[in-house]
Design a protein around this ligand. Structure first.
Ligand SMILES: [Zn+2]
Length: 299
């Protein structure tokens, strides 16, 4: 270390003592570079070029600073998943909870799923209180007319069943025929829609009608009436079991009767009515609803 002789007048401007540095808000960084005789002791000198600003923050200030830092972290912490995210990914909910974008999306999705399921359950619960009938039709093709119709009650008893001779015969390449297997030969001696239309209307009038894909059965009833030159059925209260079931499964897509009922059917009207009843009864069971057994008074 250099010893500066001749007192303070020989000390260059860039060299200061600790006290002198303190007075200008600095502190030394590193070792002293020189000494000067003050008259009674050697004073250590530090180079101001490498001196650093003195930390003047008090303990209290330090504490406040740390608190602020902790708060900034807390403000960006999701109260749902505990992840720290960036400020613009945090949503402040009613009640003050901080939820990250991802959790928010997930919670919205979860709430939607729950409300879908409960809407489906509500529908099945509602049917439990009703004296409904279940209807199913088989048709010439997807845009055609009815070749078989069945109506059962909620205990599974058949109220009405008939093959129906269509106005236009079943097309040879009909996909529907491939499904249910009903041929023109079988329908040759069957009644026409005009023969049974009033009977069907009488059974259905004012009743809650449940069908698996109600929209399709309604369309087919209308087609058969139109093609037969008969008035369309009126006073029908349609309910779609396929739609209610879809809700209970949170499915965006339509679900087949076979998947919903767990039953492989031959796709004949009465069997499909029974499978639809199975779907309904399974939901009732899951909801803890036990249908009282209908006791048929023997005449
Ligand atoms: Zn989160």
């Amino acid at each position: 270390m250099e010893r500066i002789r001749g007192g303070w007048k020989n000390v260059p401007d860039n060299l200061k003592t600790k006290t002198m540095l303190d007075q200008i808000g600095m502190k030394p960084s590193g070792d002293p570079v020189a000494e000067v005789w003050s008259g009674h002791q050697w004073c250590k000198l530090y180079d101001t070029v490498v001196a650093v600003p003195k930390n003047r923050i008090s303990d209290k200030q330090q504490e406040a600073l740390e608190k602020a830092r902790a708060k900034a972290i807390a403000d960006r912490t999701c109260s749902h998943c505990d992840e720290v995210v960036s400020k613009n990914e945090i949503n402040i909910e009613v009640g003050g909870a901080r939820i990250c974008d991802w959790c928010k999306k997930h919670l919205v999705w979860e709430a939607e799923q729950k409300s879908m399921i409960s809407a489906g359950h509500e529908q099945f619960r509602c049917w439990f209180e009703q004296d409904f009938v279940i209807l199913d039709t088989e048709t010439t093709d997807l845009e055609g007319e009815i070749v078989e119709i069945s109506i059962i009650d909620r205990t599974g008893e058949t109220l009405f069943h008939s093959l129906v001779k269509p106005v236009h015969p079943v097309p040879d390449d009909s996909i529907a025929t491939e499904i249910h297997g009903i041929t023109n030969a079988e329908l040759e001696d069957a009644p026409t829609w005009a023969d049974i239309r009033d009977n069907v209307q009488g059974i259905l009038r004012g009743r809650e009608i449940l069908a698996f894909n109600a929209e399709f059965d309604l369309k087919m009833l209308n087609h058969s009436c139109d093609r037969s030159g008969m008035p369309r059925l009126d006073d029908l209260k349609w309910n779609c079991v396929m739609e209610a079931y879809r809700l209970t499964q949170c499915s965006e897509k339509w679900i087949s009767l076979a998947s919903a009922s767990g039953r492989v059917t031959a796709h004949r009207a009465t069997e499909d009515c029974q499978a639809t009843l199975t779907v309904i009864e399974n939901q009732w069971k899951a909801l803890g609803l036990i249908p009282s057994v209908k006791i048929n008074a023997t005449a």
